[in-house]
Design a protein around this ligand. Sequence first.
Ligand code: ADP
Ligand code: ADP
Length: 238
Amino acid sequence: HALISLTGVTKAYGSNEARIFALRGIDLSIDSGEFISVMGPSGSGKSTCMNILGCLDTPTSGQYKFGGVEVSHMSRKQLATLRRFYLGFVFQGFNLLNRTTAMENVELPLVYRGIPPKKRKTLARKALEQVGLAGREAHTPGELSGGQQQRVAIARAIATTPSVLFADEPTGNLDTARSHEIMELLKQLNREHNITVVMVTHESDMAAYSDRIIHFVDGQVADVENGQAAAAKGGQDR
Ligand code: ADP
Ligand code: ADP
């Protein structure tokens, strides 16, 4: 059954005359183990929807159920707990701490979870291995390439074994070859570790790695495309 389900979700910003609806009735269901891409023009509501799915913000109206539990009316504190235990985040700009090593960056969410140092190091080392960075534990972000920095960020996100990994334009700062490598890694984590992935991207070539592509237009889901079909179509174009 659905891990994530949005029903009639709206989100308004501002008040009175200045009120604008960033989301105008989103119905969306995501199964455990799915790889989802979200696409759409600037201002179509992608970030707003990701912030709600990622429990960083709550809907103005409608339902958001995560694992069968209604979360739209949870407090900030409850949402923070949910994020800490079930969700992982990866960003376009990597968002690593620059003065600390790869190892320490990956350990950080484990510190927040109260995991003791020895266990933390074991888990962080394992996560860095999973993203192909064994041997780079002591490197700081400045000593790593863009692709490697994004791998550290992915290791940080998966070290806590989240149910869902949210990726906001994870390849936006990378060249094409590095982008495909990162997509292969996300796909592998999705398949082998059953991590549900929800990714925003502007690139059809990257969206083609996913099972389903959700197209946003003007705060609504305009179209849902099959990822494999999109990949085949991309191949024909080339
Ligand atoms: P996208 O991620 O697709 O670019 P957004 O979700 O950022 O779209 O924005 C959807 C709409 O909501 C846009 O019209 C945007 O200007 C508006 N918006 C987003 N965040 C805010 C905010 N914090 N306050 C007011 N308006 C916002
Ligand atoms: P964009 O790609 O739209 O410029 P970012 O990649 O910086 O934005 O962040 C995307 C969203 O994730 C932001 O709206 C922000 O609220 C949220 N965010 C940024 N940093 C963190 C973080 N460390 N933990 C959780 N959420 C974050």
